[in-house]
Write a protein that binds this ligand. Sequence first.
Ligand code: IVH
Length: 674
Amino acid sequence: MSAIQKTQKQAAALREQIQYHNHRYYVLDDPEVPDAEYDRLFRELQKIESTYPSLITTDSPTQRVGALPLSSFDEVKHAIPMLSLGNAFSDEEVEKFGKRISDRLNVTDIQLVAEPKLDGLAISLLYEDGVLVRAATRGDGVTGENVTQNVRTIHSVPLRLVGSDYPRLLEVRGEVYMPKQGFEALNKRQKQNNEKLFANPRNAAAGSLRQLDSKITATRPLAIFCYGVGQVEGKKMPSRHSEVLECLKAWGLRVCPEIKVVKGIEKCLDYYRHIGEQRNSLPYEIDGVVYKVNRLDQQETLGFVSRAPRWAIAHKFPAQEELTKLLAIDVQVGRTGAITPVARLEPVEVGGVTVTNATLHNQDEIERMDVRVGDTVVVYRAGDVIPKVASVIKSRRPKKSRKYKMPTHCPECGSELVRAEGEAILRCSGGLCCPAQRKEAIKHFASRRAMDIEGLGDKLVDQLVDAELINDVADLYLLKSDELAGLERMANKSAENLIAALESSKLTTLAKFIYSLGIREVGEATALNLANHFGRLELVESADTEKLLEVADVGPVVASNIVTFFQQAHNLDVISKLREAEVSWPDVDVVDADTLPMAGKTVVLTGTLTKMTRNDAKQNLQKLGAKVSGSVSKKTDIVVAGESAGSKLEKAQALGVEVINEEAFIKLIDSYKG
Ligand code: IVH
């Protein structure tokens, strides 16, 4: 064998290994080797290819990016049209679909495949002899655009199929989408670079796939799920859709793991409800589910009506976006004085909930959208997120509308609104002189995770401040039950209960006390770190920035917030008044965080815990030195999976992260405590 033949063989072997690891990482979500090993193989191949450019192949993993920008996309005529799906918006419509197919086929309890309806854009991938030769968008279903260069940059799209038993010609169809996490990160990046934000992951995916410069697409976190085939030549495909999907998986293509084979329409509806519950925790957006008749011969018998198959239907979730009219823009003052513009809306039902208010985030957002009173706006609401105004329908703008101007003074106290350099938000400069900020500070102080004063709800705090019975949190402990009994809707009994609740809140922990002070950006975890690090409040009060930076998770911004807080005479006053009122906590034995039994361990909690709250579990872990994270990655050490754990559990399993149930978790904590 000549030297060049040897090198060629070596390159081929490297490609095969890289392709294998690529598949494990991007398609199966189950990497086998550390990233460094993958990088090493990749660089080795790059080195060979740069020395011998003639050895480069189009399916080489080094060739995902690198094509020159296009001036336009070529047209692609689909050999078999890419159809769309009929929609169903209710159980009844799905039942009708079931009846239609049963009647036509003359069979009951038909086997169907239920799949998430992915919210991205349809794509056709053409493989010749196992090599990706063309990728095209759906377009109008008959003619699409050639986006091969862009699709090649998507890591979960194999450039070469796995194995050897694939058809000579295989057209795979699927959905290109942007995972939620990637979408958030992309928008964050766009914002930092002063570039346009994407309204949702679908738009972001579409915008990214239609870039003329594939180098830009390569920076976008796109992924694919394949859900069917188009043109196939040179091999007989299996006789069921579910088996076709299995083939696709075996050939290295990514198929959605939530897909299920079900029997009969009832089971389809169960699936719809199950996926609906999972929806928020799935790592990608879906807008419904799709039911497809599984047997391909039955599909053929059923055929098509106009542009949609009779053998499939999309069962959509209620819309997450609706149009409504913006009646007014108000601003709200938060605990730290942050001003949030709020849109008052003509009531509209979005996803089953009536929305009358939606956030407009901040001044920059208002300016970016140029949203005006009287505008018709798109309101977006998903799961438990706060409804937001997503965009403005400019074409429906009333003629006489005027640009919205943010107020210059606080609507609550009249103090000037200021905008700190580099910050997007306006703040009221009134501090605790501003009743709105005072109220919010007291509400925070009383809340369950802070001083936990039972019965002191938001409405009561508003009343107490408005009646000037309290000015700050320390005044709470001076309240007398007869003063309280004079308030509207306050019976003697509730007044006494509140006094008792105040009394029992006095004994707290240092961490909770620090948290309840409401120092900007000092959340529960930081408060706990501060308490464990310093042990006594006096030491936190007197710590300078340098000392504070030694505390886990405290960066320069938080450190400076803490220093500023304790420099304010009125804050120190309130603290001493609280101590006088006998608010107390035991000092904390200071331990070196690195010596804690679970130091350096990252734990993710998922699913429902039955023996403790999620928050208790978190605190237990933090006390042991563990870090509690919200998402599973290769760096996760343990995943605690409670009841009906979903995608995080699956991801942990795919990544080979240790998973324990609640019982084992309790044992683990107890073993350290013991
Ligand atoms: S099957 C003839 N399966 O929905 C069958 N489509 O409304 C055509 N989509 O253009 C497609 N998830 O972009 C199918 N699991 C899924 C899907 C899915 C999302 C999209 C696809 C298609 C549109 C049809």
